[in-house]
Design a protein around this ligand. Structure first.
Ligand code: B12
Ligand code: SF4
Length: 459
């Protein structure tokens, strides 16, 4: 049987702001792992590589500052704004390597039979389209397949991308089509999408920089919060076996010396006896000595003394919880995942276990349709009253979610026809009781309290 070559592309981010908060193209690398099991050769070009050796030759690009835990800045260049964003008084950037280096990588790679491109935020599509244009220029006859979150959430818009195939939803479900119809190869290995243990490890070895890698112990979430797309992106809530997750962490640690891991789960702490507790016990038993980061919000409702103790002992360092608001009506209206009592209990257990309150980050949604600035301010003050850290999460409206229709009605922008307007930086659903000025004041409130807190710790 002939050996096929598949080229994977993690495209640029085009945005006003972007920070590498332990980001990696996990979905694409899962697909790479499965393709390999089908004896296909895979290569990756990561347009976001902040450590690309060619970057030093570009005088216009500032060397991005990175932290040893695997987060940090991306290289960036100012771009002219796309027409719909012309009126926004902020610089717009291309985050990632310059197009010159991308072209060079494309010329240097083994000629591909097909190219798989991923996508993430809906409003990042211009970086995806530009990457596809460059690939097309260099490999005019090679089929380009586009998948990922943007494609799943805005499939009609994605048809404008220039890709030959638009493949929404979980990529594993398209594997037979990719192997048999596009590559015209016999399929040798097809994972069972209902059983996550049947997936091979993501092909992290392809990453040009491996300061940290993400771990996903589950897909989906049993909740249905009205601002969240989890149920649109994943067919159901499914979990791996905790021992196999521990095996994976041990594997990357042993094989590549990776000691920082970020959890991407939507519901890692849900029913903790099924995953979080046995996994953390296993990490401690095997003495893995790694550090774990949770940039995506964890559930507060599951927190108790036992979990808090296990978290600190097993190496959970960056804690971010999805609190969203302290307003009880809003908590119920948006899905009922959390109450103020859950926060109260969680903070006291975490403190008892040895976490500093300032280590505990609480995401607070801001800019929901109809939400007042006062509600957000009260939520900030509520979180600060525990000494914990409020982290504003500016609302990004997502097609198909419970809040979508209301978002379209509230927004001053044409959300329904232009995904660029989903950008959270625009505060797309702002209104007279929640203006930019209100937002700036809320940011200053957090900053001022943060500085007061650090001034207290100074000797
Ligand atoms: C982890 C995560 C993050 C991480 C970073 C992840 C990263 N890779 O960069 C962090 C915490 C930093 C983050 C931040 C934010 N995020 Co986020 N994030 C996620 C999350 C939970 C998981 C993404 C993921 O990696 N999934 C796992 C992999 C396995 O899935 P995947 O990549 O989608 O790939 C699968 C398919 O898409 C497909 N596929 C992928 N590529 C390809 C290619 C081909 C060819 C094919 C066939 C298939 C295919 O197959 C894969 C396997 O099944 C999603 C929600 C979700 N459940 O997906 C939200 C999500 C993407 N984030 C969202 C939001 C709103 C944000 C923030 C704006 C939050 C805020 N207000 O601050 C910020 C913005 C970040 C920024 N400006 O830099 C929204 C999207 C909004 C939008 N308009 O698009 C989501 C959907 C959550 C939600 N609210 O519903 N995020
Ligand atoms: S609990 Fe979190 S992941 Fe689940 S639906 Fe709500 S916001 Fe989404």
């Amino acid at each position: 049987m002939r050996n096929a070559n598949v080229l994977l592309i993690n495209p640029w981010i085009y945005d006003f702001a972007a920070y590498d908060f332990w980001s990696k193209p996990l979905g694409l690398l899962y697909l790479a792992g499965i393709l390999r099991k089908n004896s296909v050769n895979v290569q990756l070009i990561d347009c976001l590589n902040p450590l690309h050796p060619g970057l030093t030759e570009d005088k216009g690009i500032k060397k991005p500052r990175r932290k040893s835990s695997g987060q940090g800045q991306y290289p960036k260049e100012i771009l002219s704004k796309p027409e719909p964003l012309q009126g926004i008084p902020r610089n717009y950037h291309r985050y990632g390597i310059p197009p010159r280096l991308f072209r060079q990588e494309l010329h240097d790679c083994a000629p591909p039979d097909i190219v798989l491109v991923t996508s993430m935020m809906t409003y990042w599509y211009p970086g995806v389209f530009d990457a596809i244009t460059v690939v097309r220029e260099i490999f005019p006859d090679v089929p380009i397949l586009l998948g990922g979150n943007y494609v799943t959430l805005c499939p009609d818009h994605a048809r404008l991308s220039g890709a030959d195939f638009i493949l929404p939803g979980e990529g594993e479900r398209h594997l037979r089509f990719i192997m048999e119809e596009v590559l015209q190869l016999e399929i040798q290995y097809l994972p069972d999408p209902t059983n996550l243990d049947s997936l091979p490890y993501p092909a992290f070895d392809l990453l040009p920089y491996k300061e940290q890698v993400p771990i996903m112990t589950s897909r989906g979430c049993p909740f249905r919060c009205i601002y969240c797309a989890s149920h649109l992106l994943n067919s159901s809530f499914r979990r791996r076996s905790p021992e196999l997750v521990a095996d994976e962490i041990a594997f990357w640690n042993r094989q590549f010396g990776i000691s920082h891991f970020s959890f991407y789960d939507d519901a890692f702490l849900m029913n903790p006896e099924e995953m979080a507790i046995p996994l953390m016990e296993e990490i401690i038993r095997r003495d893995l000595s790694c550090q774990f980061h949770c940039p995506n919000g964890l559930h507060l409702r599951s927190m108790d003394e036992k979990i808090s103790r296990l978290m600190i002992r097993s190496g959970f360092r960056t804690l971010r919880f999805g609190f969203e608001t302290s307003n009880s009506d809003q908590q119920v209206r948006t899905g009922g995942k959390v109450t103020n009592e859950h926060l109260n209990k969680a903070i006291s257990c975490l403190k008892q276990a040895g976490y500093e309150p300032a280590d505990i980050g609480l995401y607070l949604l801001c800019g929901l349709p109809g939400q007042s600035a006062q509600e957000v301010e009260e939520s900030i003050r509520f979180v600060l009253s525990f000494g914990a850290k409020p982290v504003l999460a500016e609302f990004s409206p997502i097609p198909g979610t419970g809040l979508w229709d209301r978002s379209v009605q509230t927004s001053p922008y044409d959300l329904a026809n232009e995904p660029l307007y989903h950008n959270n930086t625009l505060l797309p659903c702002r209104h007279e009781s929640f203006t930019y000025e209100d937002y700036r004041k809320l940011k200053s409130l957090i900053k001022a309290r943060g500085e007061t807190a650090s001034a207290h710790i100074r000797p």
